[in-house]
Design a protein around this ligand. Sequence first.
Ligand SMILES: NC(=O)c1ccc[n+]([C@@H]2O[C@H](COP(=O)([O-])OP(=O)(O)OC[C@H]3O[C@@H](n4cnc5c(N)ncnc54)[C@H](O)[C@@H]3O)[C@@H](O)[C@H]2O)c1
Length: 251
Amino acid sequence: MDIQGLTAVVTGGASGIGAGVTRVLAKAGAKVAILDRNEALGKAMAEEVGGAAFVCDVANDESVQSALAQARETLGTARILVNCAGIDTARKITSRKTGAHAIGPMKRVIDVNLTGTLICCAHASHAMLDLEPLDEDGERGVLINIASIAAFNAPNGQAVYGASKAGVVGAAVPLARDLARYGIRVMTIAPGLFDTPLAGTMDEALTAKVLRNALFPKRKGRPEELGNLVQHICENQMLNASTIRLDAGFF
Ligand SMILES: NC(=O)c1ccc[n+]([C@@H]2O[C@H](COP(=O)([O-])OP(=O)(O)OC[C@H]3O[C@@H](n4cnc5c(N)ncnc54)[C@H](O)[C@@H]3O)[C@@H](O)[C@H]2O)c1
């Protein structure tokens, strides 16, 4: 897929990893629609890259449908969807000090990280069905979901977050199976620690401990490094139905 001139939707595109993806795709010539709950940051990013921003809560089906419809009217139907919107939680499932994990925050993390990703995949891919294929192979589009290495080996306090991301990883193969007949590929990226506002909420000691576990380089990833992988996935048609770890060899 040649990105030049295509429309891309980036959820969570106002900040961090999503902002990195937005910048890389815009530089490659895409018209980028940012779907984010943060209106001010979304607008600022859209102005920076010459795209458009739409307020959206990815966990809310109506909100997603409305934002995607507005994005379609403004920039055309997206052939690229990158699901970056996500939230973190760090709390043990129970402890004598904190008690059992509250159900409200538990559900919200699953709703945003997992259900939100699936809602966006459903509506964005449905709109792609009406598009003409781009080439003789019949490619119509690509969906790229951002999970986390927490899907495979999350530290304590991350049972809920890890479960939400494991769900995203688990969805890659069946989503790709559902959409193969329409020429739509599905890939997942599982990042290690990246330099974003979300990662900045981790305390310094824990950050240092996490980085010690990376083989090389022992630093946080840069959002544009993840954006570069997104660009490559778009351009390389043989990438489908799998999850790529982008973590500097983290164990
Ligand atoms: N930063 C890391 O180290 C890291 C590592 C692994 C995975 N991830 C994942 O990468 C993704 C991006 O994380 P980040 O570090 O860039 O975080 P971030 O907080 O910098 O950016 C997340 C963006 O998502 C938006 N968002 C949150 N909830 C939303 C909702 N319900 N609807 C619409 N937009 C919403 C926020 O407004 C924000 O702009 C997340 O899914 C996160 O779990 C991050």
